[in-house]
Design a protein around this ligand. Structure first.
Ligand code: ADP
Ligand code: MG
Length: 334
């Protein structure tokens, strides 16, 4: 008993001797706004940890960026229809997992969607509906079935000339997972990596309360419609409110249905709760493409994964096991 008390005393002493604080840095990485929070004893230590997270995310960006001609991903794309490309085990495994997600979503998620990314641009340059024939030709290049992964050789081959892969729907989540894993390894007790709304956290805030995550009201992006306490988990939101295009009066999200070649419409946002941000990221995009019924049906079959879907009229849908009492939301029309 005495020993127990003295241990308690020591723990209390060490906590008070090293007060913990949250240090936060916001910066642009992978073309997106990242917010990195770590709990540390002082600014110097906090900065050091954040620098390590930034280095890790930049390292990942170098391998998965389709804009950087020197990335392994660009090399795979350049060699589409020509030759298999040997890649690092890390990239190989990421691609393998992406293909797994294509399989469980019946192709709604497909990193080879990227053959369409010259046709559908979401930077304001697209004024008229692309020609049907153009879409038809490009969508013919989309299809994970035509990605050949050779495990023994660690090579990736895109069979058709003009095929292309892109990590827009999974890369940010993956980077958040990796940065979290690295910081946990370094002994950081708590923190949060928020990659533009794709986030993963661990531990608790210094005051002992859980990290809180706000889900943006997709119909009014300055408002949060629900707050959730998050413990060692990831939350990712895919919305149509950041990047979209309006053609003939209809709003299209920057998420393409790989089977039709047309952007998905009808949903305003999908928020996904999962043990990893990579999976949450990919599944949020998938549900966007699959739609409410098929999407939620899939999520209900996956253990430990939940989602909230908001349609473009503001109606909210939940997966089976989500704790509904946590939400008090009101969503006004767009
Ligand atoms: P956000 O970038 O807002 O977090 P997502 O995670 O849903 O949203 O990713 C959307 C991005 O994913 C698109 O900008 C595009 O790069 C890519 N993408 C679009 N459609 C698909 C798809 N069906 N499967 C895989 N990636 C996609
Ligand atoms: Mg995604």
């Amino acid at each position: 008993m005495v020993r127990f008390i003295s241990v308690l005393f020591l723990v209390a002493l060490s906590l008070s001797a090293f007060p913990q604080e949250t240090f936060v840095r916001t910066l642009k990485l992978m073309g997106s706004r990242y917010e990195i929070s770590v709990v540390a004893t002082n600014q110097e230590e906090g900065d050091r940890f954040i620098d390590q997270a930034v280095a890790e995310i930049s390292r990942i960006e170098k391998s998965i960026s389709s804009w950087d001609p020197d990335s392994q991903t660009s090399k795979i794309n350049r060699n589409a229809g020509i030759a298999p490309v040997k890649v690092d085990p890390e990239l190989f495994q990421l691609i393998e997992r992406a293909v797994q997600i294509s399989k469980i979503t019946d192709g709604a998620f497909d990193i080879s969607y990227a053959a369409m990314d010259r046709i559908w641009t979401f930077d304001g340059s697209l004024q008229t509906m692309p020609e049907e024939e153009t879409i038809r030709q490009s969508v013919a290049k989309v299809g994970y079935e035509n990605m050949v992964l050779d495990k023994a050789e660690q090579t990736v081959f895109l069979k058709l000339p003009g095929m292309k892969i892109g990590f827009g729907a999974i890369g940010k989540g993956y980077s958040a997972d990796r940065a979290k894993a690295l910081l946990k390894d370094k002994g950081v007790v708590a923190g949060m990596i928020n990659a533009s709304g794709d986030l993963n956290c661990w531990g608790e805030k210094p005051d002992g309360t859980p990290w809180m995550v706000g889900i943006t009201n997709p119909l009014n992006k300055n408002k949060v419609f629900a707050w959730f306490p998050i413990q060692n988990d990831a939350v990712v939101t895919s919305g149509d409110y950041e990047k979209f295009v309006v053609l003939n009066g209809k709003r299209y999200a920057h998420i393409i249905d790989p089977r039709t070649g047309y952007p998905s419409s009808g949903l305003a946002s999908v928020s996904m709760f999962a043990p990893s941000a990579e999976l949450a990221d990919a599944l949020a995009t998938s549900v966007f493409v699959m739609g409410i019924e098929a999407g939620i049906n899939l999520i209900d079959q996956l253990a430990g994964i939940e989602c909230i879907v908001v349609d473009d009229k503001g109606k909210v849908y939940y997966s089976k096991n989500i704790k509904r009492n946590e939400q008090k939301m009101e969503i006004a029309g767009r």
